[in-house]
Every structure is written in structure tokens, then in C-alpha cells.
Design a protein around this ligand. Sequence first.
Ligand code: TXA
Ligand code: MG
Length: 368
Amino acid sequence: MKTTRFATIDPQLFTDEALQPFARMLAAGKTVAFPTETVYGLGADATNPRALAAIFEAKGRPSDNPLIVHVAAPEDIEPLVKTVTPLARKLMAHFWPGPLTIILEKSPAVPDMVTAGLDTVALRMPAHPLARRLIALAGVPVAAPSANQSGRPSPTRGSHVVKDLEGRVDAIIDGGPCEVGLESTVVDATGSFPVILRPGGVTREMLLMVVDHVAVDAALVKKDFGGGESVTAPRSPGMKYTHYAPKAPLILARSSRPAETTTEAAHVLITLALRHQKAEAVMGILCTDETAAILAEMPETAKLPLVVKSLGSVHHPEEMAANLFLRLREFDETPASLIITEALSDNALGFALMNRLVKAAGNQWEEA
Ligand code: TXA
Ligand code: MG
């Protein structure tokens, strides 16, 4: 057990004095969890193999899953990469600081433990002011995976980090809720067009505003939406592990009819709840505000042992993204032993949302 040092720091009105002790800890090879605009990260000096080992140990993370290196300024990536491709320059100019992680060929300065032996390195300059200042004060590039126990939903509140990592890390900075709520988009920028390896806050549509062509890793598309086996091994190694799992198993509701309306979605969810009623004492339903409103009017809803939670309005996908991991963790505090989830539209930010839901469900779909 480690003694974990805590601080609650205002994410906008912080002072260097408040951050200095934690910056010094990072520079000294300690593990420090801190907020970013996407999710909380568990940081350590990316050039220090012992500090990196402490990250894997604290999270229970498989060592073949590489880490993202966080920097405070675009020029800080220069020593970490072989070359900055013209594509990477363009993406950095448009999307940094922000939720876009860029993969480039690594320089020898990056330890193998960061990249799990790959010859590429993942780089990100967060938009969160506290995160950026902390990294700048530390004076080292900061490797930071999401600050959750491996396999659990990513943390979007300081309390989530405390729950998963108290006694396992050297410090936790609580800087309030994360604005985006989903992890960064990961793109391979080694070639002439970006290849999305993990969808996130920067959408394919947003990338297409600055480049002519965007590819999506084949494993992502096949595995997440075909319901079948992926044909290629995932190029983002992390994508192959169990992810985002709440304590109760989660299934995604699929309609046998083609046209999905909100009314149809509510009927599909209730049909599945009726089907599982005998086996489960209490069931959870995760859906949009609009579907929840229809469920509330349905006579079956009152008769079934249901805990209904809403992600937010279907018209505000960014709100649903910000709530997703929070809601998954909230279900752990309820008696629900099965969570039936509405499938969302998979365009724009919906692509990232559905990617996380499909993973949380272990790609389990059920048709009604
Ligand atoms: O928003 C985020 O990216 C958060 C915050 C803390 O910045 N971090 C985060 O890290 O989500 P993590 O470790 O949970 O996810 C990193 C993902 C994994 O899927 C990993 O496999 C992939 O990035 N990755 C890292 N290096 C890679 C590389 N060289 N090539 C391909 N994928 C890589
Ligand atoms: Mg993670």
C-alpha cells in the first residue's frame, strides 16, 4: 500500500504553488493522477522506466498495452519522435491542445515500456489548463493512461480515481468533472492521411474539415458494428482488452425492425426487460432522455423492477458522452444485475459513444 496524497484544486483558478508539489513528484518518478478534458489520467515521467512500471502496477494494466505521452507544448514532441510528418503538423495546428492523440514513429528517447515495444509513440497535448501547467512544471513528458483500474470505466470525477486507485498511487488531484468524458481520438499520422485507431472527442467529420481523406482502422469497424469477428488484429493494442465494464453485465438492445424511432427504442428495451425479468431481481436500463420519457409513460415500466438512467438528450451527443462513464459507475451503486442499453446513432460523436458501449457490453447484442 502507498500513502496517497490528495488535493482538490480549482481547474481554472489554480496557482503554480498549488501544483508545484505534484510537479516535483512527477519529476521524481512518482505516480500522480490528474484531470484532463477527456478523462482523468494517471501520470508518470515517460522517460523513467521505474515510474512507468508503477503505472502498470497501479492499474493492473497488461504490459503489451502502450501508453500515451502527454506534453505541454507542440514543440515538446520533437525529441520523442523520428520525424514530424506534414500530416501531424497539420493535425496539431488544428486540434492541439485538445482530445486528439497522434501516433508517430518514435525516437530512441522513448523507453520501450511506453510503447510496449512498438516503433511508434502516441502523443497528446491536453486542452485542460491544469493538466498542461502540471506537465510544464514537471519539466518531463508525462505518460498517462486513464486513471482507472484496468477494465473499469474510465474516471471522469476525482472520486472515481479515489475509488479505483487510492493506496496504489502517490497522489490524486481532484479538479472536478471532465468536460468531454470520453478518451481522446487516437490517429495514426505516420502516413499521408489519418487512420482512426480509437474514436473520441475529435470526430471523423471534424478531421475531414482539415484533410481530404480519413480512414478508420478495419478492426474498429468490423468488430464494433458487424457483430462478427474482426479480420485484422487491432492496431491500437488497447482495443483488444475488456473495457469500461460496470459490475453488472451490459447488453445492447437491437431492434429487428429497420426504422429506429424513440418509441421503437423504448419498446425494444421493455421487451428485453420482460424477457429477462425472471432471471434478474433488478434490471438497469441505460437510454436517452427522450426514450426515458416514453418509458415513464409505459404501463410495463411501473410493473418491472427497473432502474432507468439517462445519458442525456439525443440532440446533445456531447452531453451523453460527458455522462457515459459516470452512469456506468452509478449502476454499480444500484442492485441492478443486468443493464439493458439503448443503441445510439453511430455518426459523428455517436461513433465514439457506441465504440465505448459496445466494449462495455463485450459486444453482446440482443434483438427484440
Ligand atoms: O484521453 C486520453 O487519451 C486519456 C487521457 C488521460 O489523456 N488517456 C488514455 O490512455 O485514454 P489509455 O492508456 O487509457 O489509452 C491509450 C490508447 C490505448 O488504446 C493504446 O493501445 C493506444 O492508445 N496506443 C498507445 N500507444 C499506441 C501506439 N504506439 N500505437 C497504437 N495505439 C497506441
Ligand atoms: Mg484506458
